[in-house]
Design a protein around this ligand. Structure first.
Ligand SMILES: N[C@@H](Cc1ccccc1)C(=O)O
Length: 501
């Protein structure tokens, strides 16, 4: 291509950039060009730069480096420093067991590990006791290399060349201390060809980026230069406000149930044990009622029960009432039933709704939070969400229950479902629902038909089909996550990359 052909092919922004670079007379960064004011957006400079680079009119060189910052301000010296101070104040030597006086119990092994690794202290067992003894280095070093880095970073972000690289590596290996960011500097330089193009009478031809009704009506469109449409141009990433992935799934679930004719219900998180357990024929000595499984309220501890149904439920527990069942055969305590707790399942919503709606048809669902004293791990959270529902109908039966659950999962995109015998005190038959995912069966919830011991006190005469299923686990399968906790960590990258729908 000769110079005049090149000139012909330049768009307005490319020409503008060439002229800006020529007037600077030296290699210049896109940011500097942008701040000179000829462009509306930095991305336009970058876009033009990449085209000019491809055409050989400029070179675009990039250098990357790392910057470090504190993840959060340090409110105390590192555990090993606090431990060291403590040992020094105790003549440079303490018993291992006393280390917990210097640092938090969760920091003991961290402090000890780093004291030894940094050679600030050593372990000595020669006296028969395990002693921690400060080394010469520990006595003289008032600041280690990593502490120096932390001190620098406490004044703000710093360039990697200003920091000790070994100390950085050490700090990176520890949790929650420092974060790393890669910064890329770009420099634009006119090539000889670029200079030649500038010197051969380059000028900016104004272009129209958008055809307007006026341009068309007035006929001006014939005279203006219209910018070429190019799908390969850079575009800035836009992160609009959008729904959290969990809300997207929740919406899907709501749409499925409402389109099947269900109405959504919910209740308070705090419930008397009566509704959460007793009304559901859960015996008062059931393990799930224990303090280590259920969150009970401290203030107030109880709510008085004055519903006439309480007596009926009591009789059912003690001797089966007039259901034909023999009940649990134990003395029922009203006090136990009056304890307030954070609901452990949304089945409490279903039974409360039934208590007010005893005639068919009933088709309701809940999608709401429940609470259990679970240790947090990859598949358990103390606060999670259940997908609950009931159907009461004259013709309701077990097949219908299995059919509804299968249909629900089919609409969520899971076709391999199986039912296994399970045990929930309030249903008979009692089922566990499992979904096959990547060749493995995963338990997603329970279901069954409410027992007469549950329905009789309310005078319910027709079958009630009930189910309660995990919401987070479903979301986990949907997004192929290994860890439930990822759903609730608001990782901004994950949220940005997640598609809008
Ligand atoms: N409530 C049960 C699920 C369930 C609901 C309804 C009927 C049977 C089982 C649970 O939390 O695991």
């Amino acid at each position: 291509m000769n110079v005049s052909e090149i000139l012909e092919g330049l768009n307005a922004n490319e020409s503008r950039l060439l002229l800006a670079l020529a007037s600077k007379g030296k290699p210049t960064s896109p940011e500097e060009i942008f701040s000179a004011g000829a462009f509306d957006q930095l991305v336009e400079v970058m876009n033009a730069a990449s085209w000019l680079n491809a055409k050989g009119l400029i070179t675009l060189s990039e250098t990357s480096y790392k910057c470090y910052a504190l993840k959060k301000p340090l409110d105390a010296p590192l555990p090993e420093r606090r431990a060291l101070e403590y040992i020094l104040n105790n003549d440079g030597k303490i018993e291992m067991a006393d280390l917990s006086k210097a640092v938090d119990s969760s920091e003991v092994s961290i402090a000890l590990g780093w004291l030894r690794k940094k050679n600030l202290a050593s372990i000595d067992k020669s006296s028969g006791k395990t002693m921690i003894i400060v080394t010469e280095e520990g006595k003289s070093k008032t600041e280690t290399d990593d502490e120096k880095v932390l001190r620098i970073l406490s004044n703000g972000e710093a360039h990697e060349s200003d920091l000790d690289s070994k100390a950085i590596a050490q700090l990176k290996s520890r949790q929650d201390l420092i974060s790393e960011r890669i910064v890329t500097d770009r420099i634009l330089t006119l090539t000889d060809l670029g200079k030649e193009v500038v010197n051969s009478g380059l000028e900016v031809k104004e272009e129209v980026a958008q055809l307007t009704p006026e341009l068309i009506q007035s006929g001006k469109w014939k005279d203006v230069a219209i910018r070429k449409y190019d799908v390969r141009t850079f575009a800035p990433a836009i992160y609009p406000g959008k729904k959290h992935p969990l809300s997207i799934i929740a919406d899907e679930i709501r749409t499925i149930f409402t389109s099947m004719g269900f109405k959504e219900i919910d209740e308070q998180y705090v419930q008397p044990a009566f509704w959460n357990m007793d009304a559901l024929f859960t015996p008062q000595d059931h393990p799930a009622r224990e303090l280590q499984d259920t969150f009970y309220l401290a203030h107030p501890q109880r709510a008085e029960l004055d519903d006439p149904v309480v007596e009926k439920v009591a009789a059912i527990h003690e001797n089966g009432g007039n259901t034909g069942s023999i009940g649990w055969g134990t003395k029922w305590s009203k006090e136990e039933a009056e304890k307030l707790l954070l609901r452990t399942h949304t089945t409490v919503n279903s039974i409360k709704y039934l208590s007010q709606h005893t005639e068919p048809p009933v088709k309701v669902f809940s999608l709401s939070k429940v609470f259990r004293k679970e240790a947090i791990d990859a598949t358990h959270l103390p606060e999670f969400t259940q997908i609950e529902g009931i159907i009461m109908d004259e013709d309701a039966n077990f097949d219908m229950l299995c059919g509804i659950i299968k249909e629900f999962y089919r609409r969520m995109g899971f076709t391999d479902i199986r039912f296994r015998p399970g045990y929930f005190p309030y249903v008979e038959p009692s089922l566990e629902v499992e979904v096959k995912f990547r060749g493995k069966w995963m338990e997603l919830g329970g279901a069954g038909v409410f027992r007469p011991e549950v329905t009789e006190p309310f005078g319910i005469k027709h079958p009630v089909l009930a189910w309660g299923m995990g919401f987070e686990r479903l979301a986990m399968l949907r997004w192929n996550l290994k860890d439930l906790r990822d759903l609730y960590i608001s990782d901004i990258e994950m949220l940005r990359e997640n598609p809008l729908i």
